[in-house]
Design a protein around this ligand. Structure first.
Ligand code: 0X9
Ligand code: ZN
Length: 709
């Protein structure tokens, strides 16, 4: 087993100055736990797989997580010892992990000034012979000690174990448990890097070692003295040179020459390095497990005794989105068969833990990544991982497939989302697509947002639940993966729009000028291959437009096109556009008045919901060979272009490549409008009051109460 925890922690202001060996001015700084907490609904998704099981030891906060872990360790109570740590300031408890493991005890959290009812109850249930309160009175008040004494049997030893700071407490814990010479190996981590100390815990336990603490810049006197007393053969320093400086490492070497650093580039990589070095999952057979956790690193500490009991490493995950790369790679390398999650992670993160362990998920082939400052945007490989993990997490709701290949051979990935997804039900269908234009990255994020919304909210949101039950939603996440890869190539943006097909020595066709209705008719595209809006040498010349065409054609069942509504996601302008694109005429002969009225009504209603402006697509400029003209003309699909954030500002730098910080707001902004369109797709004509006239022969709608299951 292993454990994951989020990276958000803050250092406390508390600092103490000590002197070690008369050589250094030393600081041992207290550590505070994460301030920001994940707020994830607990979904009822599928757990594990045929070969990998997961177990969740979650809770609202680190206090509850510790109680859950303690319950798992001691289902029938009867812990010999409990270490009580301050939940908001647990640096004093970092070294207690391997000691608690050694003694077969548990670690619980308390608030600094009072024992909460839940923790008190767990203490009573555990009925320990001994309780160690970790830290000085400013860390945990005497009141807590009195309360613990009062609720437990009179024979219980309740005592405070504290040095003058976290490093001193670690030294005191070691001194209490190890005679001189009893520990041939000692682990050292920084009191300021709780993740490193927590990851070191199960490794130290496995080697029968104490864990001592230093700071980034200093070897405290108490720690040095304890090293001198123990006289170990070797020391493992867990943490990067930023976490524990080379100066501190060299100071330790003066005491124990065989001192070695174990670390990775970040907290995740350091935990993975510890796992690989001391607790290789593959070597542990059925005991191979991984404890994950994500409400913060604090969730990892109480899991140390549990991980140690199973000779499992602790790894760290983030609560949502993608698994950190080192953790992902540790899953692939270790192939754990049991994963214990301490804290809360999303179903999609859980699916990644399982999927990378059982081989259903693999590392995507390398494609260009976003520049570092925009690295939170999902590149092609990350998108693939996310949608495939969503399919694993929600197998009854999501089916992932490719609608075909791009010119350069990349898959154009899509998902079908509906209850009972494996059944072709005849429910009304809606299609979303994104990234016709390679540099319109926000569209991909919007598509991923819709996938997440329709799955993660299915069991918690009545509206989403009904829509997923009664509709089929298709999402094509990135129609132009070649242009996307080119746009990101070389580590900087290229303002690339078209695909990567060559015509007469020039690269790229504008896929949104290549569709088959009135292709090239009306001055809304260029015949010049070097133009940004080159329509291609012939209609349907792009494999990407053909893939979209053939997919839509495949939704004609018994002569009826099941897709009733469509949105193509572009940027930018904050506009909702409806056909026709090829003419400025609002009502040419190839559109009837009821369709026109329905388009206008739907667009205006959606625009009210997201604050965009609704207008005919040709209002600003005419395009021909545009996707939405073809979808409407060919199938009478109510097809819209959303031009996403930001508003047209007239300068490329202001309009293009918005920072990731806007993504959450700007994608959530369209939730209501897009769900509304999914809803209306049962019969779009209902918005002009003509459902009876147009939809009496409509596809059968699966009856549903719209209530929670
Ligand atoms: O030009 C396009 O293809 C779309 N705009 S974008 O800035 N994303 O390139 C517009 C598609 C809708 N059609 C018209 N506005 N005519
Ligand atoms: Zn566009």
């Amino acid at each position: 087993m292993a454990i994951m925890v989020g990276p958000r922690f803050r250092f406390g202001a508390r600092a103490r100055f000590l002197t070690a060996l008369g050589l250094f001015a030393l600081i041992c700084t207290g550590v505070e736990p994460p301030v920001v907490r994940a707020n994830l609904a607990q979904p009822a998704g599928a757990l594990g797989s045929a070969t990998v099981s997961t177990e969740s030891l979650g809770g609202e906060d680190q206090y509850a997580v510790a109680v859950a872990i303690s319950g798992r360790l001691f289902p029938n109570g009867g812990a010999p010892v409990v270490y009580l740590a301050a939940g908001e300031n647990y640096a004093d408890a970092l070294a207690a992990g391997p000691i608690a493991a050694r003694e077969g005890g548990a670690i619980l959290y308390t608030s600094a000034s009072t024992l909460t009812a839940a923790v008190g109850q767990e203490l009573i249930r555990l009925a320990p012979a001994r309780v160690e309160i970790l830290g000085v009175t400013s860390v945990i008040d005497d009141n807590v000690l009195d309360q613990v004494t009062a609720i437990l049997a009179p024979t219980t030893v309740v005592e405070r174990l504290a040095g003058s700071d976290a490093c001193g407490t670690a030294a005191a814990l070691s001194a209490r448990s190890f005679e001189p010479g009893a520990a041939s190996t000692v682990f050292v981590a920084s009191a300021q890097s709780p993740s490193d100390a927590i990851a070191a815990g199960p490794a130290a336990a496995r080697l029968g070692s104490p864990l001592l603490l230093v700071t980034a810049a200093s070897l405290p006197a108490t720690t040095a003295a304890e090293l001198l007393r123990l006289e170990p053969d070797r020391v493992f320093v867990v943490g990067s040179p930023i976490a524990v400086s080379d100066e501190v490492l060299n100071a330790i070497k003066l005491i124990v020459p065989q001192t070695e650093r174990v670390y990775g580039a970040d907290a995740y990589a350091t935990a993975a390095a510890v796992a690989a070095r001391f607790l290789p999952l593959a070597a542990t057979d059925v005991a191979a497990e991984v404890v994950a956790g994500a409400t913060g690193y604090a969730d990892g500490l109480p899991a140390v005794p549990l991980a140690a009991a199973r000779q499992a490493p602790i790894l760290f995950a983030q609560p949502d989105d993608l698994l950190p790369t080192p953790t992902r790679d540790a899953m692939i390398a270790g192939r754990p068969t049991r994963i214990v999650i301490a804290g809360s992670v999303s179903e999609v993160v859980r699916a990644q833990l399982v999927g990378f362990s059982d081989g259903r998920l693999t590392v995507p082939a390398p494609t260009p990544a976003y520049p570092t400052y925009d690295s939170a945007y999902h590149d092609y490989g990350e998108m693939v991982t996310l949608i495939k993990a969503t399919e694993i997490a929600y197998p009854t709701l999501v089916h992932v497939f490719s609608i075909g290949k791009s010119f350069e051979g990349r898959d154009i990935w899509a998902a079908k989302i509906s209850s009972n997804v494996s059944v072709d039900s005849g429910k009304p269908e809606v299609l979303f697509d994104a990234l016709h234009h390679a540099d319109e990255h926000l569209g991909v994020e919007q598509a991923l947002y819709m996938l997440a919304t329709l799955t993660a909210n299915y069991s918690t949101d009545v509206y989403v639940h009904r829509l997923v039950n009664e509709r089929v939603v298709w999402i094509v996440f990135a129609l132009n993966p070649d242009g996307w890869a080119y746009d990101l190539s070389g580590g900087s943006y290229h303002f690339w729009r078209k695909n990567r097909q060559e015509t007469g020595g020039y690269y790229g066709t504008d896929i949104n000028r290549n569709y088959g209705y009135r292709w090239g008719c009306c001055g809304g595209s260029s015949s010049n291959p070097s133009a940004y809006n080159f329509r291609g040498p012939s209609v349907w010349s792009t494999p990407e437009a053909r893939a979209l065409r053939d997919f839509v054609a495949s939704r004609v069942v018994n002569g009826v096109q099941l897709i009733k509504a469509h949105v193509t996601l572009h940027t930018n302008g904050e506009l909702i556009l409806y056909p026709y694109c090829y003419t400025k005429s609002a009502l040419p002969t190839d559109m009837n008045f009821d369709d026109y009225s329905t388009f206008v009504k739907l667009a205006q209603t959606m625009a009210h919901m997201n604050g965009y402006k609704a207008e005919q697509s040709s209002h600003m400029y005419v395009t021909d060979g545009d996707e939405i003209d073809w979808l409407y003309h060919q199938y009478r699909i109510f097809s819209f272009t959303f031009e996403l954030y930001p508003k047209e500002l007239g300068s490329l730098t202001a309009d293009d490549y918005p920072p990731y910080s806007v993504v959450a707001t700007q994608t959530a902004r369209n939730r209501g409008a897009l769900l509304y369109l999914i809803d209306m797709a049962a019969c779009p004509y209902q918005v002009i009051g003509k459902a009876a006239q147009y939809c009496s022969g409509a596809p059968v709608v699966t009856p549903s109460s719209g209530l929670m299951p």
